[in-house]
Design a protein around this ligand. Structure first.
Ligand code: SAH
Ligand code: SF4
Length: 378
């Protein structure tokens, strides 16, 4: 992000924090509302273009503040309309953002951290380790950028209708910076999305699920991936701290604060690891009768992983078993492979690419040789 050390970055500040900035300067708090509309609704990032602010106020803003957006390094367009951006995140590293167009909606999958400390066994971001939390500005900047760059829908609405925190990082491990972003996503002065169209995906940091329910109860997706503690301890290590029973208690408490809402349980299908019908039965026993949906995710391979994707037949049988026993279960569709943008494949390490003696172009073609699939619907 091209931020100037001495200036305050107004991007990503909650309405309350923005009001404080103005009040401290002797301005009326409603200036914050004007500014939010300029930044998020009209996509204006220069104070001089904010014509309903007095010239003196604009001069002060220019001197003391800025709207510093994350820098876009690359954009890759898939043949089927999916788009992946790489944003600079300092020290030669990058995070990834993916736009997935579907009939009737456009989903933006955003990143919340550079890397991830939680080290799930089947995840490329986890394999990369943890580097740092993204700031609120760096997170909301991904959404700002996608909305500005993508053509509007036929009805005049922005192309992005849904936002999911399913890119790089564990959003609840960056709680302090993620919550202001959630508030901006649902604020009528900013992006104005309904809470149902904003989804936090978490591997299960139980105390923060409880807090989120009070702070901003957007939709929740939980990365379960295993139906018993023994297996989950292995593949989702945070389970050793917050085992399944505690996780599910927090989930049902979360839905109790919402009317008519379900939690989506994500379940990555790993060949010979968690994909037997006995596992399906255990999963039903955990979720039966609860406000739960299951979303099966065919495993997306990445270099050096020891896991393999379950066969299409296995996934189908697993899903059928869940349905026969009364659960709502879907399988995440995977589409073409050309831009390496699937769930769990995001690693965003720009330093490797920059260091390559072959240059970016040849790396892109090397990547396209690999067999890959990617998330098509969430
Ligand atoms: N940290 C959060 C959100 C980011 S990961 C979480 O874990 O929920 C988004 C989803 O992709 C999670 O359900 C995650 O478990 C899943 N995922 C990770 N690696 C994957 C892989 N290689 N193939 C398929 N899904 C994967
Ligand atoms: Fe982190 Fe989520 Fe990957 Fe686990 S699956 S390592 S929590 S990003």
């Amino acid at each position: 992000m091209s931020s100037t050390a001495s200036k305050i970055n107004l991007l990503g500040l909650s309405q309350g924090d923005l009001e404080e900035v103005f009040v401290a300067h002797g301005e009326k708090p409603f200036r914050a509302r004007q500014l939010m509309q300029w930044i998020y609704q009209r996509g204006v990032a220069h104070f001089d273009e904010m014509t309903d602010l007095a010239k003196t106020l604009r001069a002060w803003l220019n001197a003391e503040a800025e709207i510093a957006l994350p820098e876009v390094l690359t954009r890759h367009d898939s043949v089927d309309g999916t788009i992946k951006w790489l944003f600079a995140s300092g020290s030669g590293q990058a995070v990834e953002t993916v736009f997935i167009p579907e009939p009737g909606r456009g989903t933006l999958c955003i990143s919340s951290q550079v890397g991830c400390a939680l080290d799930c066994a089947f995840c490329a971001t986890g394999a990369q380790g943890f580097n740092r939390n993204l700031s609120s500005a760096e997170i909301i900047g991904q959404v700002w950028h996608a909305i500005q760059e993508l053509p509007r829908r036929d009805n005049g609405e922005p192309a992005v209708t849904n936002v999911v925190f399913m890119g790089m990082g564990e959003p609840l491990a960056n709680y302090r910076n993620v919550v202001p972003v959630l508030k901006l996503l649902v604020s009528d002065l900013a992006f104005g999305l309904s809470r149902r169209r904003v989804t936090i995906s978490t591997s299960g940091i139980v105390p923060l699920i409880e807090r989120l329910g009070d702070d901003c109860n957007v939709s929740l997706a939980v990365s379960l991936h295993a139906p018993n503690d023994e297996l989950r301890n292995d593949i989702v290590p945070i389970n050793r701290l917050h085992p399944i029973a505690a996780l599910l208690d927090a989930c049902w408490a979360y839905t109790a604060k919402q009317s008519n809402r379900f939690i989506t349980f994500e379940y990555v299908m790993l060949r010979g690891v968690n994909d037997s019908l006995a596992h399906a039965d255990q999963l039903v026993d955990l979720l039966d009768g609860k406000p739960a949906k299951v979303n099966l995710i065919p495993f997306n391979p990445f270099p050096k992983t020891k896991f393999k994707r379950s066969s299409a037949d296995t996934i189908r049988h697993f899903q059928t078993r869940l349905r026969q026993r009364g659960l709502v279960a879907t399988t995440r569709r995977t589409r073409g492979d050309d831009i390496d943008a699937a769930c769990g494949q995001l690693a965003g390490k720009v330093s490797d690419r920059v260091r390559s003696p072959l240059g970016k172009k040849s790396i892109a073609s090397k990547k396209s040789l690999k067999s890959k699939t990617r998330m098509a619907s969430v």
